[in-house]
Ligand binder design. Structure first.
Ligand code: NAD
Length: 488
């Protein structure tokens, strides 16, 4: 029985079904049963969305009317506020968020980030004067104008769908772009609500469009390859990100990528709260399905046995306090899909084959329901060259790696294709900052500091992506620089 309202496409100002009437079931991670139904966009629907966004950018005043944009984006924010409960329902039923995690990571952070964008937006400089310069026997005055880049294809994942949708859509709209939002097939409702509320807010037709479908690649590939789309802002896996880079190259559109991670948290030997730092590394929040989670825990070899004992105790205490849809204390639910569960379990098997020791968890838990429940899992005796230490598992699986000294810890942290985030815990602030500065990642938390907030630029080094989302830089990503020079 469907729990969520039908997810409709929003194309050229109209909320509608797919042109051929096709729909697909949205399967709930808690039950493995349908929780809703979504329109299944065809190529014709995606084409219509691209045409509408192009027309709205080229022929309306959206790109130049800053006051209109601020008014409508502010009005849309108010409508999202009125729909907080629906947003929570969507995060819980579509993305499998546990009720104890839904506020923090799914709804509050996204809406606070939206407010940050609105607060920062007046700081955008639309012009910059470069002054006069004399050359070739005459004087030239120079000025740059910053202009919206055009039509944006925003392709988003299922793990924290509201947060990522807001990160792209709100920034692009404020910048003056028109947008086609393409959420993941698992979370169409969290995209559809943007269309529904934009229609209610009175957005001009074509400025925001929302398309989704059962085929994970169809709409995204059309956006990436279509020359009418000027910029792709993608969040998702590194594999798909590489494909987007290749396919987008043909039309030389701008491409920004927020990709996967295998981030390391280094607990230094002088960490004053060593046991707490180690215990808090358990990868349980949202079943470990966060791009920036610290899925590699690095502890000094001199304290490795102590760390193992702490983790054994911590996982034991966490026990079965997860996986209950209605328990407000629970921060961990299922993983998002059967496919994802099988993927996580295959890594558990691989870790054992590679010679790591399973300290906790490792099994599916069908006793918790017909959904996709995998136990909080921890591997010790892991070396950094193992695949479980190098590849993003995207589930509740922590790997614990010993190191010899600070240099060794930094080496291990950096010996990764990824570079999204990291952490350092130490009693010596300068030492911690020195280590943090040598980790090649887009953000590093020292002694638990929060790197993720709507006013901070977020993004990755290396295979974790390119470009920055959120903060002022997140809006500037959607602007082009035009230089105008005139003879004085
Ligand atoms: P995914 O790469 O499978 O899909 C992401 C989006 O791309 C979806 O909308 C999907 O339908 C679409 N897509 C799939 N194939 C495509 C193609 N060929 N062309 C264009 N679009 C295509 O990722 P996912 O499983 O939805 O999400 C999990 C991944 O997202 C993890 O790797 C995670 O680390 C990453 N992630 C990164 C960040 C970040 O900010 N760096 C944030 C959240 C999630």
């Amino acid at each position: 029985m469907a729990i969520l309202p039908d997810a409709k496409l929003y194309i050229d100002g109209v909320l509608r079904t797919a042109e051929d009437g096709r729909t697909f079931e949205v399967i709930g991670p808690w039950t493995g049963e349908p929780v809703g139904r979504a329109a299944d966009a065809s190529a014709a629907d995606v084409d219509a969305a691209i045409a509408a966004a192009r027309r709205a950018f080229d022929t309306t005043d959206w790109s130049t009317n800053v006051a209109l944009r601020v008014a409508l984006v502010t009005k849309l924010r108010a409508l999202f506020e009125e729909n907080r409960d629906r947003l929570s329902d969507l995060a819980r039923h579509e993305a499998g968020a546990a009720i104890g995690a839904v506020g923090r990571a799914h709804v509050d952070m996204a809406l606070e980030g939206w407010d940050d964008y609105l607060r920062l937006f007046p700081q955008i400089a639309w012009e910059k004067d470069f002054g006069a310069r004399t050359g070739y026997g005459f004087e030239t005055q120079r000025r740059a104008f910053y202009e919206p880049i055009g039509v944006v294809g925003a392709i988003t994942p299922w793990n924290v769908p509201l947060y990522v949708n807001v990160g792209k859509v709100v920034a692009a709209l404020l910048a003056g772009c028109t947008v086609i939002l393409k959420p993941a097939p698992n979370t169409p409702g969290m995209g559809a609500i943007f269309g529904e509320l934009a229609a209610a807010a009175g957005f001009p037709a074509g400025v925001l469009n929302v398309v989704f479908g059962s085929d994970p690649a169809l709409a995204g590939e059309m956006l990436v390859t279509d020359p009418r789309v000027d910029l792709i802002s993608f969040t998702g896996s590194t594999g798909v990100g590489k494909r987007i880079m290749e396919q987008g190259g043909a039309s030389l559109k701008r491409i920004f990528l927020e990709l996967g991670g295998k981030s390391a948290k280094i607990v230094l030997d002088d960490a004053p709260n060593f046991a707490m730092d180690v215990a808090q590394s358990m990868l349980v929040f949202h079943a470990g399905q966060g791009c920036a989670v610290h899925s590699r825990l690095l502890v000094p070899r001199s304290r490795y046995e102590e760390a193992k004992a702490v983790l054994k105790h911590a996982y034991g205490s966490f026990g079965d306090n997860w996986g209950d849809f209605d328990n407000p204390q629970h921060i961990m639910g299922p993983v998002v899909s059967k496919k994802q569960m099988e993927r996580v379990l295959s890594y558990v098997q691989l870790g054992q084959e590679e010679g790591a020791t399973l300290l906790a968890g490792g099994k599916a838990r069908p006793d918790k329901g017909h959904g996709y429940f995998v136990e909080p899992t921890c591997f010790v005796d892991v070396t950094n060259d193992m695949r479980i230490a190098q590849e993003e598992i995207f589930g509740p699986v922590l790997v614990v790696i010993p190191y010899e000294d600070d240099e060794d810890a930094i080496r291990i942290a950096n010996e990764s294709a990824y570079g999204l985030s990291g952490g350092v815990a130490s009693g010596d602030f300068d030492r911690a900052i020195n280590v943090a500065r040598r980790i090649r990642a887009g953000s590093v938390s020292v002694n638990g500091g929060m790197c993720i907030a709507g006013d901070l630029p977020f993004g990755g080094y290396k295979a974790s992506g390119m470009g920055r989302e959120w903060g002022l830089e997140g809006i500037e990503e959607f602007l082009e620089t035009k230089l105008v020079a005139w003879r004085a």
